[in-house]
Design a protein around this ligand. Structure first.
Ligand SMILES: [Fe+2]
Length: 304
């Protein structure tokens, strides 16, 4: 049960500020299997993963980092009640203009700042492509990305003050704790990450900790329906000579089989299959002492 009458359904979109559109176009389309669509302003690219007009928005920006996490609600009523809750918590929430809604391809959007410097968007009514313009990947062989009610995937972010940030995510945003990983990954450096989920139950939509590095975004995870598409993407990364941050492996908490590749912006993309879905009625929060059951051998470090 929850104290939040209105809950976020899923992580519906992310906005990444990136420098190099050409490198990202090739990486997203030919390596990861997204469909890349240019927007009319040439300042942004829309990456499609399904019937939505966009799931990952690339905006031209020198930050090479996360700009916005877009949280989806099923109905306008849920969204309105949620915004009231968030304001009652003491958070400054602004309603976005019609132009901003158009850029995010949603019906109604509200925004607030994250304690770490990116923005949270809260919306309902995502825009859908016509049937004649169905999602097409030039490289994927299976049934596509695992999105739908579970949202686009997950993000792992760096918090300057993890305790304060997690308190805001739980009590302000209403995210629920999935579990914790506290592991000595490198001698003397503890990987201490808190994993959180939304109502639709993808094991985590957001995880955070005081992780080494400068960027807000540690990695963005996208999940595919066919395990073979993970292997095929891994082979494409190796063939293209891309820096593998962590080789194929398996996480003990979300059960994800995945690898991590460094994106043209420096942060990593996790490409995975098999992540579990949480049922809050039976879920118990646990702590893990290892990042991986097997594999995930370290390769090139992320940049920044
Ligand atoms: Fe991940």
């Amino acid at each position: 049960m929850t104290d939040f009458p209105a809950e976020i359904s899923s992580l519906g979109y992310v906005v990444l500020g990136v420098k190099d559109f050409d490198a990202w176009t090739v990486f997203a389309r030919d390596i990861l299997g997204f469909q890349v669509c240019e927007r009319e302003d040439d300042q942004s690219l829309a990456l499609r993963m399904d019937e939505r007009l966009q799931r990952v928005v690339l905006e031209k920006n020198d930050a090479d980092d996360l700009l916005e996490a877009g949280w989806e609600f099923d109905t306008e009523e849920q969204l309105t009640r949620y915004v009231e809750q968030l304001r009652a918590y003491g958070t400054r929430v602004e309603q976005a203009s019609a132009e901003e809604c158009r850029r995010r391809s949603v019906e109604t959007l509200y925004c607030c700042d994250d304690p770490n410097g990116f923005r949270h968007g809260f919306y309902y009514g995502p825009w859908i492509a016509l049937m004649s313009d169905g999602f097409r990947s030039t490289v994927m062989r299976g049934a596509g990305f695992e999105t739908g009610v579970l949202g686009l995937g997950h993000i792992v972010t760096r918090s300057a003050d993890a305790k304060k940030t997690i308190e805001f995510y739980r009590s302000g945003l209403g995210l629920k704790i999935s579990d914790y990983i506290r592991a000595d990954v490198i001698p003397g450096k503890t990987f201490d990450v808190t994993f959180m989920h939304t109502a639709s139950g993808r094991h985590h939509s957001l995880a955070t900790g005081e992780l080494p590095g400068e960027k807000l975004l540690g990695h963005l995870m996208v999940q595919v329906k066919d395990m073979n598409d993970v292997g095929l993407a891994y082979d494409r990364c190796l063939a293209a000579g891309l820096p593998i941050v962590m080789h194929l492996g398996h996480h003990p908490n979300d059960q994800m089989f995945s690898f991590y590749v460094r994106s043209p912006s420096g942060f990593a993309i996790e490409y995975g299959h098999g992540g579990i879905v949480i049922d809050d009625a039976t879920w118990k929060v646990t702590t893990y002492s290892r990042l991986s059951d097997w594999g995930h051998q370290r390769g090139e470090p992320p940049r920044g």
